[in-house]
Design a protein around this ligand. Sequence first.
Ligand code: PAF
Length: 279
Amino acid sequence: MQVFDKITAIQTRIVELKKEGNNIGFVPTMGALHDGHISLIEQCAIDNDITVASIFVNPIQFNNKNDLKNYPRTLDEDLKKLDDAGCDIVFVPSVEEMYPEEETQKYSFGALETVMEGKFRPGHFNGVAVVVKKLFDIVMPDNAYFGKKDFQQLAIIKSLVKQINYNINIVACETKREDDGLAMSSRNTLLSNERRLSATKISEALFKSVEIKQNKSVTDTKEFIVNYISDDANLEVEYVEIVDSNTLQPIENWIDTDEATVCVAIINGNVRLIDNLQY
Ligand code: PAF
């Protein structure tokens, strides 16, 4: 596995590989890799000649300084996991390499960014779009892999690729869960044992709601989820939204869409967790 930290060096290598006729798959990450990331790498390695990953904790997508400071960083373990999973190239740039000047690029995603994560984390999706566009320019992938756990991010990235007219196929991969149902996240490592146990209530609520929704309205299903999670004193609900899976706009009645997804953001001490389930 080759590791690059300079843009020109990785670009030169990728141009060579493309000239030789290889197609390129790409998995962008912020490190602290878990089995969810590894499943993206494995899928990427199946679909492509060359698998490229990036590890970069992107400061401009954090709207909270402490969140950025506390974000887990485990570079040595990450590199080993990537190598074992069949990754060919890793890009590990510094902040200065990615942002030699103050970043001013602004993207607009319309209604996709006014709800949920966009509403509660101002500037977050612009930061994601800026870094993903830069990484796409550097890696020039044919296919790029993203997890469905970041459901809204996936919609934003699909919209970004349309806006900039890049011929990159965005591959959405299923959320990986721990045995007790908790969605895998780098942030899970920040939870104490007690809070880790509480966190299982989040997926429990979502799974139970599949049954509840058969006989209840959208409002009552949301209320069930809010109450189930809030029953645990460690958990504070930031939002529970049931949205159209394509527009991400909240629905009022089940007949408003054929494809609904429930999305939640929960504060568990100083850790913010998100999850979703397609109904
Ligand atoms: O999902 C993530 O880990 C990040 O948002 C991404 C896509 C790597 C951009 O920094």
